[in-house]
Design a protein around this ligand. Structure first.
Ligand SMILES: Nc1nc2c(ncn2[C@@H]2O[C@H](COP(=O)(O)OP(=O)(O)OP(=O)(O)O)[C@@H](O)[C@H]2O)c(=O)[nH]1
Ligand SMILES: [Mg+2]
Length: 327
C-alpha cells in the first residue's frame, strides 16, 4: 500500500530550503502522527530525501531531529542523496547545509549517503531518470537483501536481525556493498575485491578509517570461505569495535556483503562539491549582488519627447479670427 502524506498548502520549494523547514514548522504534528499511524511495530525508520533540492533537503534534518524524540523505541536514520559532481551552485549550497545539519543530529542512527556520481561513473551516457531509477533500485535491493539474510538460518553462523539492527543503529555514515569473489585465488584477492566494492558501490566511496560496527556476510561454497581474512579486509579502514558475521554455505557464486557503520562523513567527496563554490566565490558573489543592482540604460530616451502630444487646443475667439482676415 502506498502511504503518502502531502503537506497541505505546499507545492515544492524551488530549491529554497527555508520553505521545506517552514513546512515542517507548520505541520510537524500531522507529519509525526502520519508516521506513527503508517509504520507500526518498526525498529528502524529511514528517512529518504535529496540534499540538493529545497523540499527534502530543508525538511529532513529538522524532521529527523523531531522524530528521534517522538518515536519511542524506534531508531531513525537517513538515506540522503548526494548530487552529481556537475550540479550548479544553488544545489551545492543546499547539500553543504543539509549534510552539516544531518551530521549534527545527536540521536540519529545510520546515514546512508547515496552518491549519484557513482551511478554516473558506470553509465556516463544515461539520462538523469535512468541514473535515479537504478540507484533507487540498488539502494532498496541492498537493504532488502540484508533483511532477507536475517530471516535465513545457517549452521555456520547466523547474521540475525539483532546483528543488523546493532549495526544500523550506529551513528555515522553507513555503507552496504557486495563483492563477487568467483575469480579470487588468495586472501588478498578477496580483500581487494571487497575494497573495490567499497569504492564502486552506489554510496559515497569509503575515504578514511573509523568503522565503528561492521557486518560481513558470506554466501557461497565452503571452499571459497577459507579465503576470508578479517584483518586484511579491515586493514584500510581500521578494525571496528564490533563485527557481526554470517556464513551461508551454498552453491551460488561466492559473494561477500559488507556493512560498514559509523564512518566519518566523506570529507573529500563533500569538499569536491564545496571547492567549486570556493573557487568561484567572487563571480558567484557578483552574480548575487547584480540581481539587485542591475539596470538597462536606453540610448534613445531623448526620443520619448517625439511622442509628446500638442497641448490641448484652446478655442480662439471668433472675433479675433474675423479681425485677422479683415481687409
Ligand atoms: N538517486 C536519486 N536521486 C534523485 C532522485 N530524485 C531526485 N534526485 C536528486 O535530487 C536532486 C533534486 O531533487 P528535487 O526533486 O528537485 O528536490 P526536492 O526535494 O523536490 O526539492 P524542490 O524540487 O527544490 O522543492 C537532484 O539533483 C538529484 O540529485 C531519485 O529518485 N534518485
Ligand atoms: Mg522537486
Amino acid at each position: 500500500m502506498e502511504k503518502k502524506f502531502f503537506v497541505p498548502g505546499f507545492n515544492g520549494a524551488g530549491q529554497d530550503r527555508s520553505i521545506g523547514i517552514r513546512a515542517v514548522n507548520e505541520n510537524y504534528q500531522e507529519m509525526i502522527e502520519f508516521v506513527k499511524r503508517s509504520f507500526k511495530n518498526i525498529s528502524l525508520l529511514l528517512v529518504a530525501f535529496s540534499t540538493d533540492g529545497g523540499t527534502g533537503s530543508g525538511m529532513s534534518p529538522l524532521l529527523i531531529d523531531l522524530l528521534v524524540d517522538q518515536l519511542p523505541g524506534v531508531n531513525v536514520g537517513a538515506i540522503a542523496i548526494v548530487p552529481e559532481r556537475n550540479v550548479l551552485a544553488g544545489n551545492r549550497i543546499n547539500t553543504a547545509e543539509c549534510i552539516e545539519e544531518i551530521s549534527k543530529i545527536e540521536a540519529i542512527s545510520s546515514v546512508f549517503l547515496v552518491d549519484n556520481d557513482q551511478m554516473r561513473k558506470i553509465n556516463p551516457q544515461s539520462s538523469k531518470q535512468q541514473i535515479y531509477l537504478s540507484s533507487n533500485h540498488q539502494v532498496m535491493e541492498a537493504i532488502s537483501n540484508l533483511m532477507e539474510v536475517t530471516q535465513t538460518s545457517s549452521l555456520y553462523g547466523n547474521f540475525d536481525e539483532t546483528d543488523l539492527l546493532n549495526i544500523l543503529n550506529t551513528r555515522g555514515v553507513t555503507l552496504i556493498s557486495s563483492a563477487t569473489i568467483t575469480d579470487a585465488k588468495t586472501t588478498s584477492d578477496v580483500s581487494s575485491k571487497i575494497h573495490q566494492s567499497w569504492a564502486n558501490s552506489i554510496f559515497c566511496p569509503v575515504e578514511s578509517t573509523g568503522v565503528i560496527r561492521a557486518g560481513l556476510i558470506y554466501e557461497g561454497p565452503e571452499k571459497m570461505s577459507k579465503l576470508i581474512n578479517v584483518p586484511s579486509i579491515f586493514e584500510r579502514v581500521g578494525d571496528p569495535l564490533q563485527l557481526f558475521e554470517g556464513t551461508y554455505i551454498s552453491e551460488v557464486d561466492p559473494t561477500i556483503t559488507t556493512i560498514l557503520a559509523g564512518l566519518p562523513f566523506p570529507t573529500r567527496r563533500l569538499l569536491s562539491l564545496e571547492e567549486f563554490l570556493e573557487k568561484d566565490k567572487d563571480r558567484l558573489q557578483n552574480l548575487a549582488n547584480k540581481e539587485h543592482t542591475q539596470k538597462y540604460e536606453s540610448r534613445v530616451s531623448w526620443a520619448s519627447s517625439l511622442k509628446t502630444k500638442r497641448p490641448e487646443k484652446q478655442a480662439g475667439s471668433v472675433s479675433s479670427k474675423l479681425s485677422k482676415y479683415q481687409r
